[in-house]
Design a protein around this ligand. Structure first.
Ligand code: GLY
Length: 578
């Protein structure tokens, strides 16, 4: 009830602020004062939920480092935000160790089970079976979260593993008040939740959805987390694995004990590139995030974006046209690098960006049906050149940095829980291409590069980043939002590095998004003035105004040595520091 009242009040304050601002400047100038921004000289953790950020902070205060804090935060998110990410899903982590100054990337994304086939979601006529890759056990990839968090913790954590898992166990055992985001997500997925008896048992009270503020206790999950605290491998070879495999067999899933046993996270080189005086490192394939973030930044090059104005029609047009090109290339070339050759160096090269930039007309939007990925032969000319999800960001007092995005894919993943474990299964298989040209949950299309194969990893857009300047940490950020993740992170980068915004403003500022197909320029409602939108329409953009998206967060290190962190005004997250 209280939460409901607060969101109503918050909404009224926003409307009132906007009304006043319209009178003075026009609504597009409005920036919400970000109550979740904090400063500190020691360490901080920012995530999509205050209780998860608390878990991270507790690790830092117990003498743990950024890795301990990130693992504790991620495990707590699995309990309090199961609809966005969890131990039944997977993700990517970027780690910058202060000692070495290098950025490492860990891929703990879900993989396709051994019995997965290219056509597994098609009917006899070759048509995609509606929702087959989204609902139920067949939609789930092999989860990587536990293996990923344990791997990075074993190598770089300071506190005992059991201490890192403890806050999540307490949250599952004692319960927590569900948030309005939780309730909204549950309402959207209630059909699937009600259909699966185990999900219904965990996420409803005898079939009635929880209300904001009600306590959700997850006893099975607490028990599962206790087993993981004692032995993380139990998720893959022990009791937990056996329960998952049995539940799969009973419910038409294809994941087996062998699949779980064979799961391994993979250390990969991140994609890194220079943008002005900064070095930007981001997740490499099987995420498309880093490649296309760098590609778009390269296309913007040294354009004087400040002079053009942050929300001017020229800037929005240039961003949108660059995004359109990048997403066309994504559909053609991006996939799991262990299965196909991804032309990372070519796509992130400056000369390639120059070619693509030269094809953009400032006076006119190019319809998406006239924008294609370049053919492989043309792209090969550039190879020589040197090269519903959640995010959390942690920086410790030594300035070790973790930027971690993980997910169960759609809200409440597959809408199914592995009976007796409390583990919500992901529906990450939908990130593969079920059939060429058929859009996935996020409207993304693709072809062979991202087709289904046993053991293959579905293509992601998750874009955790770490930015340095002159060898010193400067910014870490990331966001949820499926296909919009890349463009959300791009705009935070520009807001901090080009437009000199503080971190709260950078995360709060209105966003745009273009992903080639569908051919429309999405803008946050109320974020851009009418004259700008009219001018963009005149240039040929099909504008779609949408409610806010992308519950991002970020931490920057200011030149005076203060860390500044912010959670997004669009969500319910929090920055915690000491
Ligand atoms: N499941 C969304 C993504 O990985 O991009």
């Amino acid at each position: 009830m209280l939460v409901k009242m607060f969101s109503k009040l918050n909404c009224q304050v926003r409307i009132y602020t906007c009304f006043l601002t319209v009178l003075l400047f026009g609504c597009q100038q409005q920036l919400q004062p970000n109550l979740q921004q904090q400063r500190s000289k020691q360490g901080m953790a920012v995530s999509a939920h205050p209780l998860a950020s608390d878990a991270g902070l507790a690790m830092l205060q117990q003498g743990g480092n950024a890795v301990d804090a990130a693992a504790a935060t991620a495990l707590a998110i699995s309990v309090v935000e199961p609809f966005s990410a969890g131990i039944g899903g997977g993700g990517f982590l970027l780690l910058r160790r202060a000692q070495t100054g290098t950025v490492q990337a860990l891929d703990f994304r879900e993989r396709a089970p051994k019995r997965a086939t290219r056509d597994m979601y098609l009917d006899k006529q070759g048509k995609v079976r509606p929702r087959a890759s989204l609902d139920g056990h067949l939609a789930a990839g092999i989860p990587g979260t536990v293996a990923g968090l344990y791997t990075v913790h074993r190598e770089y954590g300071k506190l005992p593993w059991a201490a890192v898992v403890a806050p999540a166990i307490a949250l599952a055992e004692n319960g927590f008040p569900v948030s309005s985001r939780f309730v909204t997500a549950a309402r959207q997925r209630q059909d699937a939740i009600q259909k699966n008896p185990a999900a219904r048992q965990v996420f409803t009270r005898a079939g009635i959805l929880y209300q904001p503020g009600e306590l959700l206790v997850q006893r099975d999950l607490a028990q599962t987390l206790r087993k993981i605290a004692a032995d993380p491998q139990s998720f893959y070879t022990g009791d937990i694995a056996r329960s998952i495999a049995a539940d799969m067999a009973k419910n038409g899933g294809i994941m087996t004990l062998e699949d779980l046993k064979n799961y391994t996270p993979i250390w990969r080189n991140p994609v890194c590139g220079n943008f002005r005086s900064y070095q930007i490192c981001a997740m490499s394939p099987p995420s498309s995030g880093g490649v296309h973030l760098l590609q778009i930044l390269n296309m913007l090059g040294d354009t004087d974006l400040k002079r053009l104005g942050r929300q001017s029609a020229d800037t929005v047009h240039l961003l949108a046209e660059s995004m359109r090109v990048a997403y066309a290339d994504r559909a053609q070339y991006l996939g799991d690098p262990d299965f196909i050759s991804v032309p990372v160096k070519a796509l992130t090269g400056h000369n390639y960006a120059k070619l693509r930039r030269s094809q953009i007309q400032m006076s006119k939007a190019k319809p998406s049906n006239q924008v294609k990925a370049v053919d492989a032969k043309t792209l090969s000319r550039f190879v020589w050149e040197s090269p519903e999800t959640t995010h959390l960001t942690v920086v410790d007092k030594e300035r070790n940095v973790v930027s971690l995005t993980f997910t169960v894919n759609g809200g409440f993943g597959a809408g199914a829980v592995a009976a007796g474990t409390g583990i919500l299964l992901n529906n990450e298989m939908d990130d593969f291409v079920a059939a060429p040209g058929v859009p996935n949950l996020f409207g993304l299309v693709g072809g062979d590069a991202n087709s289904i194969a046993p053991g293959k990893t579905p293509l992601s857009s998750m874009t955790p980043i770490i930015v340095t300047e002159n060898g010193k940490f400067r910014l870490a950020a990331g966001a949820p939002g499926g296909s919009t993740i890349i463009t959300t992170v791009l705009q935070i980068v520009l807001n901090v590095l080009v437009y000199d915004m503080n971190v709260g403003e950078a995360v709060s500022a209105p966003r745009i998004h273009h992903q080639w197909i569908p051919d429309r320029l999405q803008v946050e409602r109320g974020g851009f003035d009418t004259a700008t939108l009219d001018e963009l329409r005149r240039r040929g953009h099909k504008i779609q105004e949408r409610e806010d998206w992308g519950n991002a967060n970020a931490i920057v290190l200011r030149s005076d040595g203060w860390l500044e962190g912010a959670a997004d005004r669009r969500g319910e997250g929090a920055t915690r520091s000491y």
